[in-house]
Design a protein around this ligand. Structure first.
Ligand code: GLY
Length: 349
């Protein structure tokens, strides 16, 4: 089993490998009760987690929430709080989140708020969940005003990334999650790029890729939990990526939008004289080999308007993560509009 420790006030381990879920009893040993939050399609996996906990002497019960983003609402949170009350969950108890990023975001938020904070352990079931959502303590729900606008920083007590569950993931989901792995390679770990160039499916080296991507994330959030510094580099490719998701009404997979955003950010780096043409081409070539999109013919005016209200924007000033060479991220503020247009032309072509 591979292990990455995330530093912080309360350090925790991300355990990666086949069968990692079996460590749940160890992570929550001595805990009186646990609520296992999951969506209906993952009832079998959540049932196994409940059994593992019960075998370890933890009184565990499942709490069912809707699937996907539908889980991240104030109404669903309110219903889950009622369930926690019925279960008599106290501060000595724990929440377990079993699912993709939406369910672990909700479970983390429930844990952050219930009795002002109980421990949460995540069992992420997607590549995206393993390398991003479940690690780093960002939790939250959506409101009419926007996605993730209500939430809390609440780092988990442990993350069990059981790579066995990835075998059943639809190929397009797996591939889209790998876009975040590529991002980690581009900003910090060239071996990720070498491994994916050797096997663009990501299936041959999945465990090593997940471990390396988790290390990149752990390093950023260990230094900057509250997202005021280096954590922002994890946003590479996300400014345009988030705008595409918004403009497409979230019908695009996150990783697919990020793939286009990575190519755009690389081209912006070239325009700004910060990244070489060869390194930008490496972005496009790898993502293409992986079957991820690198082009998007959308409404450039609408995308720019959305980018100006991106969470990373300051006022109406555009702000991008760009690379000063592979593995060296930096910030580009208020780029020349001609650079933006030129970068856009390469993805819209
Ligand atoms: N997903 C980016 C972050 O956790 O900061």
């Amino acid at each position: 089993m591979r292990r990455v420790t995330v530093a912080g006030e309360r350090p925790y381990d991300v355990v990666i490998g086949p069968g990692a879920q079996a460590e749940l009893g160890l992570v929550l040993a001595g805990t009186p009760k646990a609520a296992v939050v999951h969506a209906p399609p993952l009832a079998a996996l959540a049932g196994a987690a409940v059994e593992t906990l019960q075998t370890a002497g933890v009184a565990a019960e499942a709490v069912v929430v809707p699937d996907g983003e539908a889980a991240k609402t104030a109404g669903v949170a309110a219903a889950a709080w009622e369930e926690f009350g019925r279960l008599g969950l106290t501060r000595s108890d724990a929440v377990v989140g079993v699912g993709g990023g939406a369910v672990t975001d909700l479970a983390g938020f429930l844990a952050a708020t219930w009795v002002r904070g109980v421990r949460v352990v995540h069992l992420p079931t997607s590549v995206l969940g393993m390398v991003d959502a479940a690690v780093g303590g960002k939790t939250g729900i959506n409101t009419g005003a926007g996605k993730n606008l209500v939430g809390a920083f609440h780092p988990p007590a442990g993350v069990l990334a059981d790579t066995d569950v990835l075998a059943g993931l639809p190929e397009a989901e797996f591939r889209a999650g790998m876009a975040e792995v590529v991002k980690c390679g581009l900003i910090a770990d060239g071996t990720i790029l070498d491994l994916l160039e050797a096997d663009p499916t990501g299936r041959r080296d999945t465990e090593e890729l997940v471990e390396r991507a988790v290390r990149v994330k752990a390093d950023a959030v260990g230094q900057d939990l509250f997202d005021t510094g280096v954590r922002e580099f994890l946003n590479y490719g996300h400014t345009l990526g988030h705008a595409i998701e918004r403009v497409e009404d979230f019908r695009w997979r996150h990783g697919e939008a990020v793939a286009v955003g990575l190519v755009f950010a690389a081209e912006l780096g070239v325009q700004a004289g910060r990244l070489s043409r060869a390194d930008a081409d490496r972005h496009r070539d790898l993502l293409t080999a992986m079957g991820l999109p690198t082009r998007y013919a959308g409404d450039w005016t609408a995308l720019q308007a959305v980018m100006r209200v991106d969470k990373k924007a300051r006022g109406a000033t555009l702000r991008f993560v760009v690379l000063d060479g592979l593995g060296t991220p930096g910030i580009l503020t208020d780029p020349d509009p001609a650079w933006l247009d030129a970068a856009w032309a390469t993805v819209a072509a």
